[in-house]
Design a protein around this ligand. Structure first.
Ligand code: GRF
Length: 209
């Protein structure tokens, strides 16, 4: 079986990208990252990709339509099996989403549908919830609204501030994203409307969820 070909879209620090790179190197994910694409030349995620010997692409076209078209052209030329959004700070156009149905994932730092959008950890603290967490979901045209693949709960502790809570959620994000990609690579995710069914492992394969 040939491995999954992934493109990862980033805008910033790239710790989730790093978790995926590490998951591949550890043999937990059967696949390879064929390119890391950024809308920001200075994104630290690009340095992580270079360090791992992965092709990097920067797309900086500025009117939004030109950016989306350039990104679509780039993705079509690459032909990935799976596109991962990892701290990518733009919504994707419907042409991009429709070109890769059920093949784009995002990670979000809350238990969706609570606290979509920016600063989810701050929203959780300000609301006063006792449990938050992270969500990996397929991407649809909404903001953080697509079918949920995996979630991990993270308690909000007495004395938590934005940094301490964000840090614990981030650790959960890294675990959860690797697991979700692993499941996709094993062909174990099936979308049925809003629900994502997780199929049992093939005989002889280790269960990971
Ligand atoms: C993460 O919290 C992710 O959930 C959100 O953006 C942040 C990206 O962090 N979508 P990193 O760039 O992966 O370190």
């Amino acid at each position: 079986m040939t491995g999954l070909k992934m493109a990862v879209l980033v805008s910033g620090r790239g710790s989730n990208l790093q978790a995926i790179i590490d998951g591949i190197q550890a043999g937990e994910i059967n696949g390879e990252i064929i390119a890391v694409i950024s809308d920001k030349r200075e994104a630290y995620a690009l340095r992580r990709a270079e360090r791992a010997g992965i092709r990097t692409i920067v797309i900086e076209e500025s009117p939004p339509e030109a950016f989306q078209q350039a990104l679509l052209n780039c993705l079509r030329a690459l032909g990935p099996d799976l596109i991962l959004l990892a701290g990518f700070m733009r919504l994707l156009s419907s042409s991009i989403i429709n070109s890769f149905p059920g093949r784009i994932m995002n990670i979000h730092p809350s238990l969706l549908p609570s606290f979509p959008g920016l600063q989810a950890q701050r929203q959780a603290l300000e609301y006063g919830v006792k449990v938050t967490g992270c969500t990996v979901h397929f991407v649809d045209e909404g903001m953080d609204t697509g079918p949920v693949i995996l979630q991990e709960a993270v308690p909000v502790l007495e004395g938590d501030d934005l940094d301490s809570l964000s840090e614990r959620i981030l650790e959960a994000e890294h675990r959860t994203y690797v697991k979700a990609v692993q499941l996709f690579a094993q062909g174990r995710l099936e979308i049925e409307g809003r629900r994502v069914r997780i199929l049992p492992p093939a005989p002889g394969k280790e269960e990971i969820v």
